[in-house]
Design a protein around this ligand. Sequence first.
Ligand code: ZN
Length: 143
Amino acid sequence: MIVLNLRCANAHRFEGWFASGEEFATQAGRHLVSCPICGSQDVAKLPAGPRVRRAARRDDAPCAVAPSGTEPAAQAVAMLVEQLLLASEDVGEHFPEEARKIHRDEAPARNIRGLASREQVGELRDEGIVVVSLPHPHKNAMH
Ligand SMILES: [Zn+2]
């Protein structure tokens, strides 16, 4: 799973998560990638910034913060969460289901946020899906 910096024809910048750079090219070619702000499907890849590369390298490491925990990665996760909240679709309780669909290319690739139990998050991770637990779930509505 990698995070790509993307830009639409209207110069909106956002991020997309893909299995690989090749996967992005395939999805973009099939018009499966669209801007979360204006819906444009004319999307181009931007060079990855340092923040994004660091996030991508963390793919194989735990990237969640327990609600009451303070782990070393907390700051990196907070930055990632901030980016996700800026451009993500709130799918509520359908989060596990939607995350799987996106992972299997059954739904348009996009950032989503929503609700999932710790057990569900564990299952998603087992399937190779990158899930970030929000440290303060009640802030989800602040968008
Ligand atoms: Zn746009």
